[in-house]
Structure formats: structure tokens, C-alpha cells
Design a protein around this ligand. Structure first.
Ligand code: 15L
Length: 268
């Protein structure tokens, strides 16, 4: 990998990877729809809207691998999800195919499978159970990656990210947290592993309270360094007595499941 493109480089994960991957690859090309900090040594900055295929063709030209973080990172109107997470995603994969890019690491999300109950441990083979229009767009991204892997021989690591941050922020995130260093390790596996066709892994640290069987990531060599458990002693008492939504509490996707929820009986 000589030149690696990060889309969505201005977001929280993008800004973190910009630092942790600095000097790992000779050139990092950083792109976002909004202005970001100017390029330093070993960096290229190119502002682009991923819904614009001409702009996407420009940012993928000459890159060896892509970390695709661009798009909307939470629930939104169908029109906005369609523009950024469906059309924008398609543009990135299609422009990459035409440019001969062979490897893409994708930020998919726990919300592609958010309607699995917290009582169930799920692996990378479960069928999608999206909890939102956003979650549907992430399931779409996994399906499109599968198509481009099988039909065009491109390699995809789909990282179903839980919640990225320097520490978990609430009890739900104790089960789905991923630290910056663990996510960096997973991204590097996605770009550098010699044998990746189409893989789904969970983007989570080694959390004691995990809802995921992440054996597929471990098979690829992932050795997470962090566990949310030391934070539980602070987080759990701080939530005691707080009102909780029963739908949000029952399912892995939390409040994403509860928003707009009006089914007469909860899904099993
Ligand atoms: C996500 O997919 C979002 O991008 C992030 O903002 C959080 O909401 C996270 O999931 C989560 O479930 O905590």
C-alpha cells in the first residue's frame, strides 16, 4: 500500500486514523465534504462530495487502498441517506473498480444488525436486522461489497463498528466499544492482509460484555488490546435510577430501535 485514501477524513474516526496511520503508509489522501486541516508531509487533502461521481473519480485516482468512512453516520431522512450512503457509496465502489483499486475497508455499523436482542450473541454470518434507515444503508454497503468482491475480484473488509472513542460513554457502549488503537489494528488488517475477498468483522475491542462472536476478526489476526470493563464501575452507578426505554434496552441497536417504533408487539 503506497497511497491510501480516507473518505470522511474530517469525522471523529477519520481524524483519529489520520494520526494513527501517519507514516504507516507513504501517502495518506484525506477527503471529506467539508474543509479539513491542511495537508502535512505525506498527506494529500482533497475536498469532495461523494454523491458527485466526477469528484469521486478524482479522489480515487492513483490510490492502492481505500478506508471508506464517508457518508452519514446516524439516522436521517431517507433523502439524505439515499444521497450519501447509497448513491455516494456506489460512486466510491464503482470509481474504485474503474481505477483498479483492489482493497477497501468499509465502515459499516452495529446498526445493520441492531434488531438482534441483547440476549443473543451474534457472529458475522447472521442475516441483517437493521434498526433504522441508516442501518439499512449499512446492510446495503455490505451487499454491494459482496457483489464487487465476487464480480470484480476486489477485496473488502466490512467493519461493523460498535462505538468508536477513547472510552465507552454508557452501559450499552460497554458491549460495543472500540478504542482508536484497536480500530487502527483492524483497518491495517483490512488493507494489508494478503487474503481478503469479502469479510465481515465486528469493529469492537475485547469487551467482556460483548454481544458479538468476533471469531472472524480473530481468524484474520485481530488481537484487540482494550476491554471496556474497567469503565463499568463508573458508568453503571451513574445510570442507576435513570428512566430507560424498554425497546432500546431490549435490542442491541438501543435508541436506534426505539426511534419511530410503533410495532404492536416487539420482534423476538
Ligand atoms: C453508529 O453506527 C454511529 O455512527 C455512531 O455515531 C454511534 O451512534 C454508534 O453507531 C453507536 O451505536 O453507538
Amino acid at each position: 500500500m503506497h497511497r491510501v485514501l480516507i473518505t470522511g477524513a474530517g469525522g471523529g474516526i477519520g481524524r483519529s486514523l489520520r494520526e494513527t496511520l501517519r507514516s504507516v503508509y507513504p501517502v495518506l489522501r484525506l477527503s471529506d465534504r467539508v474543509p479539513i486541516a491542511p495537508a502535512r508531509d505525506g498527506e494529500e487533502v482533497d475536498q469532495a462530495e461523494i454523491a458527485d461521481i466526477t469528484a469521486v473519480e478524482r479522489i480515487v485516482a492513483g490510490v492502492d487502498g481505500i478506508i471508506h468512512l464517508g457518508g452519514i453516520s446516524g439516522e436521517n431522512s431517507w433523502e439524505k441517506i439515499l444521497e450519501s450512503n447509497i448513491v455516494g457509496l456506489y460512486n466510491v465502489f464503482e470509481a474504485a473498480r474503474r481505477a483498479g483499486v483492489k482493497r477497501i475497508v468499509m465502515a459499516t455499523s452495529n446498526h445493520a444488525v441492531g434488531f438482534y436482542p441483547r440476549s443473543q450473541t451474534i457472529d458475522h454470518k447472521v442475516v441483517p436486522r437493521p434498526d433504522s434507515r441508516y442501518g439499512v444503508s449499512k446492510a446495503f454497503s455490505e451487499a454491494l461489497a459482496s457483489l464487487y468482491a465476487d464480480k470484480h475480484g476486489m477485496g473488502f473488509l466490512c467493519t461493523r463498528i460498535g462505538n468508536f472513542g477513547t472510552k465507552p460513554i454508557d452501559s450499552r457502549r460497554l458491549s460495543i466499544w472500540i478504542s482508536p488503537r484497536d480500530y487502527t489494528q483492524l483497518v491495517r488488517i483490512g488493507l494489508e492482509h494478503p487474503d481478503i475477498h469479502f469479510e465481515i468483522v465486528y469493529g469492537v475491542s475485547n469487551n467482556k460484555r460483548s454481544w458479538y462472536d468476533n471469531s472472524n476478526a480473530y481468524r484474520l489476526g485481530y488481537k484487540p488490546q482494550d476491554d471496556s470493563e474497567p469503565y463499568a464501575a463508573d458508568i453503571l452507578p451513574s445510570e442507576a435510577g435513570q428512566p430507560k426505554n424498554p425497546v432500546a434496552e431490549r435490542y442491541q441497536g438501543g435508541t436506534f430501535c426505539a426511534e419511530e417504533y410503533d410495532a404492536p408487539t416487539p420482534p423476538s
